[in-house]
Ligand binder design. Sequence first.
Ligand code: MLC
Ligand code: AMP
Length: 502
Amino acid sequence: MPDKNLYHLFRSRFPADMDATFLEHARGSTSFADLDDQSARLCHALKTNGVTKGDRVIVQVAKSPEAVMLYLACLRAGAVFIPLNTAYTTREVAYFVQDAGPRVVVCDPATKADIATICDTGTAILTLDTNGNGTLIDQMKSSSPDPEITPSKPDDLAAILYTSGTTGRSKGAMLTHDNLAANALVLHEYWQWQPGDVLLHALPIFHVHGLFVALHCALLNGSQVIFHSGFNVDAIIRDLPRSTVLMGVPTFYTRLLDAPNFTAETCRNMRLFISGSAPLLPETFAEFETLSGHIILERYGMTEAGMITSNPYDGARIAGTVGYALPGVTARVADENGQEIPHGEVGILEITGPNVFAGYWQMPEKTAEEFRGDGFFITGDMATMEPDGRISIVGRAKDLIITGGYNVYPKEVEIEIDNLPGVKESAVIGLPHPDLGEAVTAVVVTNETADMIQNDINEVLAIKLARFKQPQKILFVSELPRNTMGKVQKKALREQYQDLYA
Ligand code: MLC
Ligand code: AMP
């Protein structure tokens, strides 16, 4: 069997001129030759720190070209890359460290002392900052390039991406070299990447969207990437005229529409605007077309499966739909028993395909719960399918909030609020928000004065939870609405407060 290490696939697509730019960034540029050299040196450095095939490497660092090289180095070493949101607090990171048992943790120099308190003595802690400085880079510079690309089987793990669960406990989705390769190849073809394409990259690189979908397509195309450290609307408008592809969450598009200097002229060189990670409102889709002349291509995916469906490149891109199952993916809309239901009816979307993950890290029971006997994965998204296979996501069976493209499971926030003295109970809901899509909102029942509890909640959550999980507003009520079974009616709360952020 030919070696399936994903790095081989990327390398087979690098341009003939290896001096061509891969990343253009604030500090200069990284060519494909630099990429190959730096990832080989970093691979050597990882091995010097004891990393062998299958070892986990946890990475919580600011977006930088070096962080991309570190990902590629992990592939070369056969290590399992585990990127973490930079917003996570040390307390949150402690869970991932304990669960994954990493050989190496790479963090920002500023958090090294805290990270050291949550790691075993056997874990090497290296640092990397946004400017490309840190002990990892010192080691890279003094390491010779390691030419070896660790032989990998298709089902060897390439990455674990943690995704929160309905119980509040995060699960590590295990993604194999083959999962990532299969999805990347399909997307590269489906979206008709062309010679000369330039990707404008402003997403974080600790999630599927920015790390795999965007970077893998560019790598397979041997394309240049204009690499922004984050989303800044002025910087995007500055660089769009030199770009051909942008991938973003819906907030990118609403913010562009709000910018007075964003015009059709800004987009003159663009070939493709892609949106995903959260629902794109039909109004945004329509306004964007009117203003820019471009029809946003919406696709749908998730951590466990990469991209699942996409509106067509050539055919109709229809607002409010996420298009068709990608080639190789089989999708069905089913009832709660996994039985397919008639076209047009709302059910749960279930899928199979080479992109679907290998299970949750060290959670065989949880994995078994989310797959049907015939191998279909239960996405937890409510959908409808038209007779021609076009899919619309109409809601979520899972209790999940998506704010600015980041997922927040209410349970995780409710547990922390409910633990506070004086709080009787709480319900955390997502309410429509013009900028973030949904805003995390807490509805709290308390005996204390609202002011006092509000301060307590803000103070405690600031230490315990990433900023994007903390409620934008806290509402106080005398009781939560319940159904006859005693279950809190979140739907009623969402309806009651739907205009809170209007
Ligand atoms: C940032 N903040 C948020 C937030 N993002 N608060 C709530 N929800 C969010 N999503 C807070 C910060 O903590 C900070 O607070 C303040 O807002 C400004 O921070 P910022 O970093 O300057 O924010 P901003 O640049 O405005 O970020 C907004 C954003 C960003 C939409 C550009 O959230 C983003 O890049 N989202 C992309 C997420 C993503 O990649 N999702 C893909 C998941 S993969 P303070 O108090 O510190 O000032 C997936 C599968 C698939 O879902 O299908 O793709
Ligand atoms: P994550 O677990 O962060 O990968 O988030 C995946 C979830 O994001 C999916 O299960 C959907 O609920 C949601 N999602 C992704 N893309 C879309 C989309 N285009 N429309 C609606 N929801 C989406």
